[in-house]
Structure formats: structure tokens, C-alpha cells
Design a protein around this ligand. Structure first.
Ligand code: MRU
Length: 350
């Protein structure tokens, strides 16, 4: 089985979600009970290991898992790693049980690598902020949730924020609520509170006035996929922050492991952006009611019945608006395709 912390229930309740088969895991991914690019990679790998251990058709399971959500490249990467380990062991004549064990070993290796990458991104990110903004006392704006909830370690952008906080260099974390599913208000605020950070939640549309008031020193966000030209797919609402940051001369920094860089996708326009159901926008789901909001009509309507909604889960920020990309291997700045290819080659195995 794969045991997850059900993120749809946070911050009201810390509830474990036990997935005993692949369809349950696929549903957990689709419903965002488990989410965030690095964690999706881990869940993909553990899902293949689960399928192998249960004696399911591993090819079919890998296919279902990989297509559960389209944008975060880490999901397919994690699935591929575990599937290849399974096949390599099976093809070497190791026997079914050993092949299943190889898939689990690979998932655990990916888990460890992700934790290590978090630590190194935090160091590189903190050093970068020190160069960009000498003196500390940063007021950082972040979007969505990029902390320990989405990683085997401390996370990506939030991992940098945590390092800065622990070094006494964080004045305030501005937390975008992140409509419509509130990953900022529900999850980042939950992690910030547990860390004892000075943090403030704002509605996404308040960010502009915060920049105008000179209250933001840097924007730190994660990524779901970074194309070969340096374009960044991240939670919807990231691109407008990058535009605001450029206008107000504030650094816009993306923090992501090398596994999020997809050199096979040429540019931002080639990234598939997940479109989510309209009812996530036209209805509010009371967070204390388990499962509410999962189906159309189960939440509280905030638009007329039958209203159409535009609900892309991600947007694309072009490389020219990104001040730096921080990875575990180092920092790319200025962000160009050549610099990214140099840092990310060779691609992580396989
Ligand atoms: O739809 P979600 O909640 O899975 O989106 C997550 C994000 O957009 C994160 O910013 C991204 O995965 C980076 S997490 C380290």
C-alpha cells in the first residue's frame, strides 16, 4: 500500500489516505490529495512499485499513473525510473519478486535523491538571495505550495524560504492564497505556521498593491515543468507575478530540481497545461467537509448555476521574465536555453 497525507483535508485535519491499488492512487493524484511536482514523481515511482508488488500489469499501471495529470514532468520521470528498474531486473532473469523489489528500491532511491536535492537547492537559493539583496531582512512573496508537503525533503521555493528564516534573514513571507484550490492559504500557511515564520496570507489579486507599496523584495516559486528554452510552467497566477516583478524591478526566482527541467520540450508553448473542472472556480468547498467540492454541485455556489469557468491549473512564464532558476546543481542566471542545457546535461538517470 502507499500511505499519503491527504492534502485536500489540510489545514483542518491531518488524515492519512491509504491507497491499496493503482486506481486509488490515480484518483489521489487527480483530486490533489497528493500534489506538487517532486512529490508526484515519488508517488509515480511508488505506484509502479505497488503495482509490481500486487502482481498487476506493470505496463498498464505505469500508463495510468503517468497520465493522471499532464503538466508536471516529474510524474512521468518517477514512473519511468521504477518501471525501468522493474524491467531491467525482470529481463535479467531475476524472477518476479526480485523485479518487484527492484522497483521499490528505485522508488526509495528517488525519494532520497529528492530529499538531498531539496537541501542543496536551499543552500544555492539562500546564497543567491544574499547576492541579489545584500543585508537580509527579506520580504518574500510565494505562490502555491512548494514545501515539505511536496517533496521527500524540505521542498523547492519554500525550502529556500525556510533556510533564510532559520538563518534569521526573513522579515516576512507573503503567501498568495492561490485560487481556486488555495494551496497557499491552506498548505503554505500551514507549513509557515509550523516553522514559526512571520507570514501573511493575501488574496492573489492583492499582490499588485503589495508590489506598488514596495513591500516585496523577491518572488520565489517552484515549477512543474521547465522547457528547454527556460519557459516555466507553474501554478496559475505565477506569470502575472513575474510581470509585476519585472515592472517593479523585483527578482523573480524559480526553484526546482533538475528532474523538473524537460529538455525534450522545446518551449513554453509545447507544454501541456492541465485544464481543471469549472466547478472548482464556481463553487467553494467547505474545507472541513471531507470530499466536498470533489463533484460538481457538492460545494457552495458562488456563480449562477450553469456559469462557464476558465480553470487552467498552470500558466507559462517566459524565460525573459525569470531572474534565475535555482537547481540542486547550481543557479542559471540569466536564463537561456544554452545555460540550462549545460547545467542539466547529462539529464538525471535514466
Ligand atoms: O496543482 P498543484 O497543486 O499540483 O500545483 C503545484 C505547483 O504548481 C507547484 O508550484 C509546483 O509543483 C512546484 S512544487 C515544488
Amino acid at each position: 500500500m502507499v500511505v499519503l497525507l491527504d492534502q485536500t483535508r489540510l489545514p483542518a485535519e491531518e488524515v492519512e489516505l491509504v491507497c491499496t491499488d493503482v486506481p486509488a492512487l490515480v484518483e489521489a493524484i487527480r483530486s490533489l490529495a497528493v500534489r506538487g511536482a517532486p512529490l508526484l514523481g515519488l508517488v509515480g515511482a511508488y505506484g509502479v512499485a505497488l503495482a509490481a508488488a500486487r502482481g498487476y500489469d506493470v505496463t498498464d499501471a505505469a500508463e495510468q499513473l503517468r497520465h493522471a495529470r499532464p503538466t508536471a514532468v516529474n510524474l512521468g520521470y518517477g514512473v519511468r525510473r521504477a518501471e525501468r528498474a522493474f524491467r531491467a531486473a525482470a529481463d535479467s532473469g531475476a524472477g518476479y519478486e526480485r523485479a518487484a523489489a527492484a522497483a521499490l528500491t528505485e522508488a526509495r532511491a528517488l525519494h532520497r535523491e529528492d530529499a538531498e536535492a531539496s537541501g542543496r537547492m536551499a543552500e544555492h537559493g539562500r546564497a543567491l538571495l544574499g547576492e541579489l539583496l545584500p543585508g537580509g531582512g527579506y520580504r518574500v512573496l510565494t505562490h502555491c505550495n512548494t514545501g515539505a508537503l511536496v517533496s521527500g525533503g524540505g521542498g523547492t521555493a519554500f525550502g529556500v524560504v525556510r533556510a533564510v528564516h532559520r538563518a534569521g534573514e526573513l522579515r516576512r513571507l507573503w503567501v498568495d492564497e492561490t485560487r481556486p484550490l488555495l494551496q497557499g492559504a491552506r498548505l503554505t500557511a500551514y507549513e509557515a505556521a509550523r516553522e514559526g515564520m512571520a507570514y501573511t496570507v493575501l488574496s492573489d489579486n492583492a499582490a499588485g498593491s503589495l508590489f506598488a507599496a514596495g513591500e516585496v523584495d523577491a518572488v520565489l516559486v517552484g515549477a512543474d515543468r521547465i522547457a528547454a528554452d527556460g519557459s516555466v510552467a507553474n501554478k496559475i497566477g505565477s506569470y502575472p507575478l513575474a510581470v509585476l516583478a519585472r515592472y517593479h524591478h523585483v527578482p523573480f526566482v524559480v526553484v526546482a530540481p533538475v528532474t523538473t527541467v524537460d529538455l525534450e520540450t522545446a518551449d513554453g508553448g509545447s507544454i501541456e497545461v492541465e485544464q481543471r473542472p469549472g466547478h472548482e472556480v464556481t463553487e467553494f468547498a467547505p474545507p472541513t467537509v471531507p470530499g466536498a467540492g470533489a463533484e460538481p454541485g457538492s460545494g457552495i455556489p458562488v456563480a449562477p448555476l450553469g456559469a462557464q469557468a476558465y480553470n487552467p491549473a498552470f500558466d507559462i512564464t517566459p524565460a525573459e521574465l525569470v531572474t534565475a532558476i535555482v537547481t540542486e546543481r547550481g543557479v542559471v542566471s540569466p536564463v537561456t536555453g544554452d545555460a540550462l542545457a549545460e547545467l542539466c546535461s547529462p539529464s538525471p538517470s535514466p
